[in-house]
Design a protein around this ligand. Structure first.
Ligand SMILES: Nc1ncnc2c1ncn2[C@@H]1O[C@H](COP(=O)(O)OP(=O)(O)OP(=O)(O)O)[C@@H](O)[C@H]1O
Ligand SMILES: [Mg+2]
Length: 247
């Protein structure tokens, strides 16, 4: 059914409890419903421990939920077996974390190509794809450097190029500017925006940084394992209440 595939991400009744041993468990998601369009730049905002990372991990197929479903362009990913889900993840999702992990002995392009080299792609083709991903983000000049020769912000942008290597539908980022100074963070955010607007990829980002809220077109506020509002006005109101509690 075509209309079901209109939403690139559709989450229904998602619950996640982490077992603690015995019959005890930590509730992390208490029933989340969310829809994301292919053109969206979505920002998820909320206090520490509210379930943001759990939600991202569940969306990409890394964390089987206790209840509910995750549909990616109509595919119910937790109906796939683990192996198929892992292939689905590597093809459809690119992931970026707070800092990038590098094989320090390899060059930038080799690091970017690594996901392909590991799956046995011929080196020439893997290199071409790595250079294309770097060019797409205007990072071609770093291809032959070592990652550690780059600034933190440049490394994060190269990490973004690596996330693009399989030409994914969706880029998922968990606090990608969390370790960066303001200038580098701005550059990284520009790159995300370029990716969303020019390269037409869906972006789903968790950030604590309020100044980036206007870059997104979809805003989701979370608290205690639930989505408490969707939309910039609602998220601003959440922040106002949060501040009122401290000030
Ligand atoms: N692997 C795990 N095992 C057990 N409990 C977990 C695990 N991961 C997260 N939790 C718990 O689930 C809840 C939500 O955690 P989560 O990491 O999703 O929050 P978050 O919103 O990403 O927080 P932060 O902003 O600090 O990164 C927390 O109570 C956390 O302690
Ligand atoms: Mg987190």
């Amino acid at each position: 059914m075509e209309h079901e595939h209109h939403k690139i991400v559709k989450i229904e009744g998602l619950k996640k409890e982490y077992p603690l041993g015995g019959d005890r468990s930590t509730p992390a998601l208490l029933g989340v419903d969310l829809e994301i369009n292919a053109t969206d730049f979505a920002i998820i905002y909320g206090p520490s421990g509210c379930g943001k990372s759990t939600l991202l991990h569940t969306i990409v197929g890394l964390e089987p939920p206790t209840a509910g479903k995750v549909l990616i362009r109509g595919t119910d990913i937790y109906h796939l077996n683990e192996e198929k889900r892992s292939v689905f993840r590597s093809q459809k999702f690119g992931m970026v974390y707070q800092s990038a992990f590098w094989v320090k002995a390899l060059s930038v392009w080799e690091n970017v190509a690594l996901p392909l080299l590991i799956t046995g792609q011929p080196e020439k083709r893997a290199k071409r794809q790595a250079l294309d991903a770097l060019e797409e983000l205007e990072l071609g000049q770093y291809a032959n450097k070592r990652p550690m020769q780059l600034s933190g912000g440049e490394q994060q942008r190269v990490g973004l190029a690596r996330a693009l290597i399989n030409n994914p539908w969706i880029v998922v980022a968990d606090e990608p500017t969390g370790n960066l100074d303001t200038h580098s963070a701005d550059m990284v955010m520009d790159t995300f925006q370029q990716l969303n607007k020019k390269s037409k990829r869906t972006v789903i980002m968790v950030t604590h940084n309020l100044i980036y809220l206007p870059m997104a077109n979809k805003h989701v506020a979370m608290r205690d394992g639930r989505i408490t509002s969707v939309g910039l006005a609602g998220v601003k109101e959440e922040i106002r209440q949060e501040l009122a509690g401290v000030l």
